[in-house]
Write a protein that binds this ligand. Structure first.
Ligand SMILES: [Ca+2]
Ligand SMILES: [Ca+2]
Length: 572
């Protein structure tokens, strides 16, 4: 059965390639709501409003919720996308701007999920995506007062963490007990990883800086909401304080991760008492730590946190010193450890990012020299490819004028993304689907909003809005990939808290990893068959760690993108 299905798919796939664009389009009789792809949260009144339709139909209507037709339009021609294996038409209703709730219909019976046209449509999601970090706090009882129906007892106090053999040295032999409480759980598991924490924490700090007006007015209902700091800074400090416990004060080195030897089962935090370990000091951890702590030191000074900023400055310089002495200490997963590796053997980008942040922090020429030696053209960042983070820090700092060529390179990269979007049937810039593809789309959107901040050219905002529309349902799966936002949203992400907290709905505001075909076997036991087309290969099944997990580094660019768009919309 499985083989014959595969055979049919191969034949159909070949037909698409040979027969051109029209063979993959559905006839009207078999279409459903899932074939009308919309931004399920909604469209701001004065930005472009487009839906995608997977059917051979020339006309569409917009109907108010009471059934009244308010707008009629025609669709574009079919466009085939080799990454999704299907063809779509664009239904453009940008000319209609009346605030309200609507459906888009292609005949009397087939209509989309409901969506809104209005302003401030993304504020609730911007807040929820940031609130996800409160739920991710490690070693903290999540109170009903703050968590609502999602609340639980603290686990993982991390007051008795053992130095693993891989991290042992003369000052701290194997078995030495350290305390490293707090921070955030990383993803669907309960580990804490320095590398992934770094890009996440930096992205939230950068959102505080660039989307400042939005964040200054935000109230997340977290325990620190009544103090005088923006809640995004309070939340980020939770992880920064933990990160600083990952540094060995004896030599400045930074442990790569704090985890059990093997993943905890699918249980709540208080149900486990497995021993946790500090595992190996690594060059990636040292350089990412340097970058993030240096950026934090610079940024928190604006909030009169001078003592902590001083401490962070010393700490970042000391981690840099360790990196200089240990440039080849790449992370190697020890044989008795099976939690996430976050291994990375290309560190030119980490050297660039760390030296850029230290240059901005100290103004010392030696850091600028190291930075320029390690410079390469920026690309969309991810946890192991971080040079664009340094570029953004430089270009949004008061030293921007020293880096005209870097700015030219950065804008050229973003302009290239806009060109890709122009030719993509699904109106995004991405042309390959990696693990965590949704975060790549969100990070593309973040770069576009940075380009807008640098140039004030609104074409970048429109493009970033297209990225968010993709994430919220205008994609080949028809899912809004953010929990709780939209109609068809993930209900069973690969996340231990969501799976076991006794509440059916997942906590809102989490983006799942998204479609890709890198691991097609993660739900083999459940007999889930996924599309062989990467843009369509997603399943809302708990077992699908490769498409349906949540992670702090994936949510951070969603925070940036939704907060940045909301700030822009409030000011238009
Ligand atoms: Ca606060
Ligand atoms: Ca790297």
């Amino acid at each position: 059965m499985k083989n014959s299905r595969l055979f049919i798919e191969i034949i159909l796939g070949a037909a698409f390639m040979v027969g051109g664009c029209t063979t993959s389009i559905k006839d009207l009789q078999s279409t459903t709501s899932d074939d009308i792809l919309i931004n399920q949260v909604g469209y701001p009144t004065f930005l472009k409003k487009k839906a995608l339709i997977k059917a051979n139909i020339n006309a569409f209507e917009l109907k108010a919720i009471n059934g009244e037709t308010v707008f009629r339009g025609t669709t574009t021609e079919n466009k085939y996308w080799e990454l999704s294996g299907d063809s779509v038409r664009v239904a453009d209703f940008s000319d209609f701007s009346k605030v309200g709730e609507y459906v888009l219909c292609i005949n009397d019976t087939v209509c989309s999920y409901p969506f809104k046209i209005g302003d401030s449509l993304y504020a609730e999601m911007a807040n929820a995506s940031l609130k996800s970090y409160y739920y991710a706090r490690c070693g903290v009882t999540i109170e009903e007062q703050f968590g609502g129906k999602w609340h639980w007892q603290a686990g993982h106090p991390d007051s008795v963490v053992m130095v693993h053999e891989s991290a042992a040295d003369k000052n701290r032999p194997a078995g030495t007990v350290l305390s490293a409480p707090g921070g955030w759980y990383d993803a669907g598991d309960y580990g804490k990883y320095t590398v992934n924490s770094s890009i996440t924490t930096w992205t939230l700090l950068q959102s505080l800086v660039l989307n400042n007006q939005y964040h200054e007015s935000q109230n997340l209902n977290i325990p620190e909401s009544d103090n005088n700091l923006p809640d995004i800074l309070d939340e980020t400090l939770v992880n920064l304080q933990w990160m600083m416990t990952m540094q060995d004060p004896n030599d400045g080195g930074v442990y790569h991760k704090l985890t059990t030897k093997n993943f905890d089962g699918f249980i709540m935090p208080q149900e486990t008492n497995k021993q946790r370990y500090m595992v190996q000091k690594s060059i990636s951890a040292a350089l990412d730590y340097t970058s993030t702590i240096a950026a934090a030191s610079r940024i928190i000074r604006e909030y009169q946190l001078d003592d902590l900023a001083d401490e962070m400055k010393k700490s970042a310089v000391s981690a840099w010193g360790w990196a200089i002495d240990n440039p080849n200490e790449f992370y190697v997963q020890p044989e008795d450890i099976t939690t996430g590796a976050y291994g990375d053997t290309l560190s030119v980008d980490e050297w660039f990012w760390a030296s850029a942040e230290l240059y901005l922090l100290t103004g010392e020429d030696k850091f600028k020299e190291t930075m320029m030696v390690n410079y390469q053209l920026p690309i969309t960042p991810k946890w192991d490819v971080v040079h664009a983070l340094g570029v953004i820090s430089l270009l949004t700092s008061d030293r921007r004028s020293e880096f005209e060529q870097i700015e030219t390179d950065f804008i050229a990269y973003v302009d290239e993304m806009l060109r890709k979007e122009d030719t993509c049937p699904y109106l995004i810039s991405m042309d390959k689907f990696a693990w965590g593809s949704n975060s790549d789309v969100a990070n593309d959107g973040m770069l576009k909003l940075v380009a807008y901040q640098l140039t004030r050219n609104k074409k970048y905002v429109a493009s970033a809005q297209n990225d968010l529309a993709y994430l919220l349902g205008r994609n080949a799966t028809g899912y809004s990939f953010v929990t709780g936002f939209g109609t068809k949203t993930p209900l069973t992400p690969h996340n231990r808290l969501m799976a076991n907290d006794g509440i059916k709905e997942p906590m809102p505001g989490y983006i799942v990893g998204g479609p890709n075909t890198i691991v097609l076997t993660d739900c083999e036991a459940e007999k889930v068959v996924r599309s062989k087309y990467p843009a369509a290969s997603y399943t809302d099944t708990q077992c699908s760690y490769s498409t349906n997990e949540t992670a702090i580094n994936w949510n951070a660019p969603l925070v940036f993108l939704s907060s940045g768009l909301e700030q822009y919309l409030e000011n238009e």
